[in-house]
Each structure stands twice: as structure tokens, then as C-alpha cells.
Design a protein. Structure first.
Length: 79
């Protein structure tokens, strides 16, 4: 569970994993209205494409219904 540290000739190398910077990163810039609108339009386009493909693909996924009794082919006449 506990690792033994190997001796290192330079102390800064041994303490490198405990180093914490005192410099804070600059705050993130807020997205503009056009960026937010673009992101939402891209998201809506993707969702609409998925829904459209589902709607168009559902008839192909439904089980095929066989021909009714009145629509028999010549092969089923027993020739």
C-alpha cells in the first residue's frame, strides 16, 4: 500500500509531486450570444437528425406482414 521512495540526489525532484503553484489561471471568458446561439443550433440539428432518422427508420424495423388470404400468388396454388 505504501511505496518506499528511492533516494534521489536532488531534493527538488523528490518534492516535485508535492509542488503546488501559487499562480491562479486567468478566469475563463464568457461565451458571447452568437456563440451560445450557434452551440444550441448545432445541438438542435443533431437531435432533429436523430429523431428524423428514428421516425423514418421505424417502418423498416416493424415486422413485415404477409400477404392476406385474397392476395395469393401462383406458387401457393399448388401447381
Amino acid at each position: 500500500m505504501f511505496r518506499r521512495r528511492e533516494s534521489v540526489p536532488f531534493s527538488f525532484v523528490a518534492e516535485a509531486d508535492r509542488f503546488r503553484s501559487n499562480v491562479t489561471p486567468p478566469p475563463r471568458e464568457r461565451a458571447s450570444f452568437s456563440q451560445l446561439a450557434g452551440r444550441s443550433l448545432v445541438g438542435l440539428t443533431i437531435v432533429a437528425g436523430l429523431v428524423g432518422s428514428l421516425i423514418l427508420g421505424l417502418p423498416a424495423l416493424s415486422p413485415a406482414q404477409g400477404p392476406s388470404h385474397a392476395e395469393q400468388t401462383e406458387a401457393s396454388d399448388g401447381r
